[in-house]
Design a protein around this ligand. Structure first.
Ligand code: ADP
Length: 460
């Protein structure tokens, strides 16, 4: 398509011009034919009364030599005036003519046949002018049949129609052009905010995501601007989150790396005993383990970010899944002298087995990690209303009330637990997974007594 007409402006203009052209052309055609009908109709009326007048006079007259004086007035009396009549007998003889025809060889064309019904037709007059002709036959009281022809020149009518046609040909294109320009102006004016939008949008990059589009008052574009600004806010937020994540991640990765480097530097600065080397290697091993744990979690986060929508949902039993997680964590619980208890029975849900196990594992791991020696972790699987609930209750250190709202943030760790070797990612991963299942995680905690985490999943 022509690039001009692929724009909104162009298309609106094209649509308007085509519709307007069809309407104007139709209107012009209609008006012209109406006027033609009126003009010819009035001539026909006039011819009809003239013929009736002549017929009336003929019925009153005696003999053939007629003096139709009453009909021979006005234009009918002026030679070749364009207003004519003639009376013809059935044998073709013309017995009377209007004075306007009283010039040698001036006559109306004789229409053959007897026409008791009025017959209107077109003909050519004595001057070669176009004529409207009415022919009608009458039976006189003495039984004789006469045909009366009356004609009127169409020159004036044609002139009038020509003037009207010319006026239409001037006025309509002018109206067409003026309206087209009007439409073009209105569309350009209405679309101006859109152009401003697109200019502004073109200048937005990751560096000025905080800028917003001006929202026009009372216009359809206000909604568009609002939605776009909301989208910008979301983009900005997510961009900020990503930036924070990268800086937090690099910060977290730097700590164990720096430990490894400094242990190496210190150890290599002079000859060491084998115990000192062993000690250094153990420190390096510990940092390397922390690094690998962190990297595994970071990979999990990025995997979740990119594939959260691609959950592999299947029908599974929550009780069995919880049992599997407990089995996996039993050794570390035993090592910390913590007992794990599971209550509840079979409860079917649709979920991604691997992911949900990961979320639950993170929560139970915390319940073990932040517990006191000899503590317990009670895990329950139950159905409540339309939801399936997994409750993880521990007897650990608890979480201060003002920290509760932060524990699901990435890299967030309550200050008191800094020494326990966590990454601050476990709960944020768990939350993302559960929310991808349309569920939520609830938490209650009493510092010094313990915490309760609940994974709530919809059953349908
Ligand atoms: P981490 O790797 O540090 O455990 P998480 O995201 O799993 O990271 O947890 C975030 C923080 O929430 C933890 O550092 C800890 O301070 C607190 N926390 C989580 N679970 C518990 C719990 N059961 N008891 C006490 N504190 C907890």
């Amino acid at each position: 398509m022509n690039p001009v007409f692929s724009s909104i402006k162009g298309r609106l203009l094209l649509l308007f011009l085509s519709v307007f052209f069809i309407v104007l052309a139709g209107l012009g055609f209609f008006l012209y034919s109406e006027l033609e009908e009126i003009v010819i109709g009035s001539i026909d009326n006039h011819l009809h009364s003239e013929v009736q007048l002549i017929a009336g006079l003929l019925e009153a007259e005696e003999g053939f030599e007629l003096e139709l004086t009453e009909a021979a007035v006005g234009d009918y009396a002026l030679p070749l005036s364009g207003h004519y009549y003639q009376v013809i007998l059935s044998d073709g003889r013309i017995i009377a003519r209007s004075p306007s025809l009283s010039i040698p060889d001036a006559r109306l064309p004789v229409i053959e046949g007897i026409h008791f019904e009025p017959l209107y037709t077109m003909a050519t007059g004595p001057r070669g002018e176009p004529l409207r002709l009415l022919v009608q036959s009458f039976r006189l009281p003495d039984g004789m049949v006469v045909t009366v022809e009356s004609a009127e020149s169409l020159e004036d009518a044609y002139e009038l129609l020509r003037l009207f046609r010319n006026a239409l040909l001037v006025v309509f294109p002018a109206v067409f052009m003026v309206s087209g320009l009007g439409v073009l102006f209105i569309t350009m004016w209405s679309l101006r905010p859109l152009e401003r939008f697109s200019k502004k949008i073109g200048t937005i990059t990751e560096r000025n995501l905080n800028e917003r589009i001006e929202e026009p008052q009372s216009s359809e574009l206000q909604g568009l601007a609002k939605s776009f600004n909301t989208m910008l806010s979301r983009l900005e937020e997510s961009f900020e989150r990503q930036k924070r994540f990268f800086s937090d991640a690099s910060h977290e990765l730097r700590t164990p790396t720096a430990v490894i480097k400094s242990v190496c530097d210190v150890t290599l600065s002079r000859k060491r005993t084998s115990t000192e080397y062993e000690d250094a290697l153990l420190k390096i091993k510990h940092s390397a383990e922390r690094l690998s744990g962190l990297i595994a979690r970071l990979l999990e986060v990025s995997r979740l970010e990119s594939k959260v929508s691609a959950l592999r949902l299947e029908e599974l039993d929550l009780h069995t899944l919880t049992e599997d997680v407990i089995k996996l964590l039993e050794p570390s619980a035993t090592a910390s002298n913590i007992t794990l208890h599971l209550e509840g029975k079979t409860l079917k849900v649709r979920a991604d087995r691997e992911r949900l196990a990961e979320a639950l594992k993170n929560i139970v791991e915390n319940a073990i990690k932040y517990n006191r020696p000899g503590g317990r972790v009670d895990i329950g699987v139950e159905r409540r209303g339309n939801g399936a609930i997994i409750t993880v209750r521990d007897t650990g250190i608890g979480i201060p009330r003002n920290r509760l709202e932060h524990i699901f943030e990435r890299f967030y760790r309550v200050e008191d637990v800094r020494g326990t070797g966590g990454t601050g990612l476990g709960l944020s991963i768990a939350k993302t997974i559960v929310e991808a299942h349309q569920g939520r995680i609830e938490v209650e905690s009493s510092p010094g007594e313990g915490s309760t985490f609940r994974i709530v999943l919809p059953l349908t």
